[in-house]
Write a protein that binds this ligand. Structure first.
Ligand code: GDP
Ligand code: IMO
Ligand code: MG
Length: 429
């Protein structure tokens, strides 16, 4: 019937995976529309942790099928590993997942190019996840890419060799970077074989058939709005459209099908990799958030940079995405703090504004904070907003006013059911 969208409003790792996993049984199809193995979406299934990179977070549920959409870029090596991990949970992933033929393939030399480009940038490096994301999207836009559907064609090997040769030329001309392709290629070919054992579909027809039949679709975003290729903190961004608009070309659905847009934000803010982060706390407070929040990358294990929630950036993300509902995660992490701060506005070169400057790196941005008293009590076993400590209720009401969007769900722990709802009827079994 319609497509709901769930995506991150910050710089990624907002807890999207957990919320998709919670909502999954309300949908017939969960579809990823962009990104690839740069994503790391953490779920807890019967108390056991799994991190998904390419495969949508609805894969463990009975009702939904899952789709790797055309807007994604897939590394067969990461895909194979993920299939093995999911299988170890007793899930028959081939029954739960289909792949769009039009999604692009990452080949080993894409990953080498990613690493060589980052190394050559030195101090100016983006802090890429080194999953080959940017070179794969470059080949897509440059009209040289390989697509998943190509793996069934008789000349696939020829096409692969042609693209690889182009990359080898680039590597030898542009970079002084050593690499060993042989082992990487062997793993990659094994991954391709695994992909061949999956059902490949024309994703755009597939999704639209679901809609025609009155079924419900959830589009699962990866990364976050501030990492969007057009609207993020360029060039410190990823290489895809992470915002709602990316759903239309990343799945092949028309905009009028989109209904709810669920925006996820942490109760504070994190960023992994380089780039501007106005409300970053480069002090003990930031370290405390990292320690209590376990803020280390789900894909790379890198420590995440931590800071207070940033309202100008969130207001911007809400504007870009047309957010209809906000989910705030990791609220429990702030439960110990005596005071909680919120970046309400920026002082940009001595001018107070909420408008994000064209290039954040070119200005002196001083975050102006509003301070709230901490609630300093456990949020365990609470189910509805009226049970929340009053200081937390005050904080949430203020955030809602500032964002102009309702905060409907709070997440208070990593497990599927550690959630608090504004409206009791929203509690979904
Ligand atoms: P994603 O990329 O947006 O899916 O988020 P990640 O999985 O990269 O990072 C979120 C981390 O926070 C994971 O380790 C989750 O298990 C964890 N998490 C999610 N929601 C909550 C929450 O409400 N409280 C706590 N303590 N942890 C959470
Ligand atoms: P999820 O879906 C957080 C960041 C990288 C780097 C920049 C570019 O788990 O929220 P790339 O490998 O895409 O070329 O890296 O984007 N990045 C993420 N940060 N969460 C993610 O995904 C990310 N995916 C990419 O750290 O700064
Ligand atoms: Mg993540």
């Amino acid at each position: 019937m319609s497509v709901d969208v769930l995506l991150g409003l910050q710089w990624g790792d907002e807890g999207k995976g957990k919320i998709v996993d919670y909502l999954a049984n309300n949908y017939d199809l969960i579809a990823r529309f962009q990104g690839g193995a740069n994503a790391g979406h953490t779920l807890y299934i019967d108390g056991k942790k799994i991190v998904l990179h390419n495969i949508p977070s609805g894969v463990f549920h009975k009702r939904p099928l899952n789709l790797i959409g055309n807007g994604m870029v897939i590394d067969p090596v990461a895909f194979k590993k993920e299939v093995e991990q999911i299988t170890a949970f007793g899930t028959d992933v081939r029954q739960k997942l289909v792949l769009s033929k039009k999604a692009h393939l990452t080949i080993p030399t894409h990953k080498i190019l990613d690493a060589a480009s980052e190394a050559a940038k030195g101090k100016a490096k983006i802090g890429s996840t080194l999953r080959g994301i940017s070179p794969t999207y470059m080949d897509k836009i440059g009209r040289n890419g390989l697509r998943i559907g190509d793996i069934t064609l008789p000349d696939f090997e020829e096409r692969y060799q042609k693209l690889k040769a182009k990359h080898e030329q680039l590597l030898s001309r542009l970079y002084d970077f050593e690499y060993d392709l042989e082992e990487m290629e062997a793993e990659w070919r094994e991954g391709i074989e695994v992909m061949r054992s999956f059902k490949l579909v024309e994703g755009e027809y597939f999704v639209n058939q679901f809609l025609k039949e009155g079924k419900e679709v959830l589009a699962e975003g990866a990364q976050g709005s501030m990492l969007d290729i057009d609207f993020g903190t360029y060039p410190y961004v990823t290489s895809s459209n992470t915002i709602t608009a990316g759903v239309c070309n990343g799945l092949g659905v028309a905009p009028q099908h989109i209904k709810e847009v669920i925006g996820i934000t942490k109760a504070y803010c994190t960023r992994v990799g380089a780039g501007p982060f106005p409300s970053e706390l480069e002090n003990e407070k930031g370290e405390e958030i990292r320690r209590i929040g376990g803020e280390f990358g789900a894909t790379t294990g890198r420590p995440r940079r931590c800071g207070w929630i940033d309202l100008p950036a969130l207001q911007y993300a809400i504007m870009l995405n047309g957010v209809t509902k906000v989910v705030m995660t990791k609220v429990d992490i702030l439960s110990e703090f005596e005071s909680i701060e919120v970046c309400e506005t920026y002082k940009v070169d001595d001018k107070i504004q909420n408008h994000l400057p064209y290039d954040l790196t070119k200005h002196k941005i001083i975050p102006i904070y509003r301070v709230f008293e901490g609630w300093q009590s456990s949020l365990d076993n609470l189910e509805t907003f009226d049970q929340l400590p009053s200081k937390l209720q005050t904080y949430i009401q203020y955030i809602e006013e500032q964002l102009g969007a309702p905060v409907d769900i709070l997440s208070t722990g990593p497990e599927r059911n550690q959630l608090v709802f504004k409206v009791v009827e929203e509690v979904i079994a």
